[in-house]
Design a protein around this ligand. Structure first.
Ligand code: AR6
Length: 351
């Protein structure tokens, strides 16, 4: 049941069904409704006329006509009256009913806009939260759901909600960059500097040249288990377990089933099977991190798992700093992390 947030115009999304934020007449309107009717052509309106409307919180299905989607599911969101008039329940019902219809029509992929978050005035951040929570609760396991955020919404989406993350980013990322450039200027080294993320047994300086960083612990030169004179054969025969093997061991150690783990990671079953059956599988960094989140690894364990896939957490990457923020706080809800990553224009975990 992966949920993927994308930035697009929903009329262009290739899914089995797209969802329309309609009004109760189902006879068209502005916003996403207008865009869908324009793109689908007049036959859509003709079919809608036969449906006899739709109450708030319910959904109806039609064909997609000229749209790339096979079906359009029309649902009627609540008008925002401050949030105490049953709006969250009605909005959740829109997603639930739409997913039920999609399942009844054997849709493997469904795309939603941010229902009620335009003309109907629902605050966008709260609308997104209801959407994500309901989709996660109700979407069938074998369905992929896209939350389609329109371009101009994305900018509005909730930097305010993530004030604390913004501060953290400023701390870990922006200031580091300032310091780094100041030092580079001073020393005129022409080298990239990075501060250590994790301390090993060494006294860690504030910053050090990356070229001298130990690959093993991300810290200053530590020598590692083997000396400089160790021959290549010895080094190669002492390779660490790779990502896949370590992942499977961690799943066992956590007492989780494979399915529990890949679902929590928002990873689909096919990709997990690939990882499982290939001891040398090299996942993307967002996939590796998604598993670290699913397994609730702390920062050091996360760094270790990433290293086995050939990656590190870097204070120079906004993506990494945001994920690190959640790990440090012990918050391992991948949907929340993805919402935050989306708000900061970063790639998402897993999807
Ligand atoms: N693709 C994706 N999202 C879009 C698109 C698009 N092409 N166009 C708009 N959005 P709204 P509502 C976003 O107003 O609040 C209509 O007149 C938009 O930015 O379309 O449920 C109906 O007939 C916003 O975030 O729907 C109803 O009368 C979200 O889609 C009424 O508006 C929903 O905005 C329904 O209002």
């Amino acid at each position: 049941m992966p949920v993927i947030i994308i930035r697009d115009d929903i009329t262009r999304v290739q899914a089995d069904a797209i969802v329309n934020a309609a009004n109760s007449s189902l006879l068209g309107g502005g916003g996403v409704d207008g865009a869908i009717h324009r793109a689908a052509g007049p036959q859509l309106l003709a079919e809608c006329r036969t449906l006899g409307g739709c109450p708030t919180g319910e959904a109806r299905i039609t064909k997609g006509y000229r749209l790339p989607a096979k079906f359009v599911i029309h649902t009627v969101g609540p008008v925002w009256h401050g949030g105490n008039q049953g709006e969250p329940e009605q909005l959740a019902s829109c997603y639930r009913r739409s997913l039920e219809l999609a399942q009844m029509h054997c849709c493997g992929t469904v795309a939603f806009p941010l229902i009620s978050a335009g003309v109907y005035g629902y605050p966008k951040d709260q609308a997104l939260r209801v959407a994500m929570d309901t989709i996660r609760e109700c979407a069938p396991e074998d369905m992929t759901v896209y939350m389609v955020i329109f371009d101009h919404d994305a900018a509005l989406l909730s930097r305010a909600l993530y004030e604390d993350i913004t501060e953290y980013i400023d701390d870990r990322y922006a200031r580091r960059h300032e310091k780094m450039f100041a030092r580079r200027k001073e020393a005129n080294l022409g080298q990239i500097f990075a501060a250590p993320m994790f301390k090993a047994d060494h006294s860690a300086p504030e910053a050090f040249p990356m070229s001298e960083a130990c690959m093993d612990c991300e810290d200053t030169v530590c020598g590692g288990a083997f000396g400089a004179d160790t021959d290549l054969d010895t080094l190669l025969s002492n390779l660490d377990e790779g990502f896949s093997v370590t992942l499977l061991q961690l799943i066992d150690r956590r007492g989780m089933s494979d399915a529990q783990c890949y679902k929590r990671a928002n990873i689909d079953r096919k990709l997990f099977s690939k990882i499982r059956s290939d001891a040398h599988y090299r996942p993307s960094k967002p996939t590796a991190l998604a598993f670290a989140i699913a397994l609730e690894l702390d920062l050091e364990q996360t760094a270790d798992l990433l290293r086995r896939a050939g990656y590190a957490l870097s204070p120079s990457s906004k993506f990494d700093v945001i994920v690190e923020y959640f790990i440090r706080r012990g918050e391992y809800d991948i949907m929340r992390i993805n919402e935050a990553l989306f708000a900061f224009d970063q790639p998402l975990l897993a999807g």
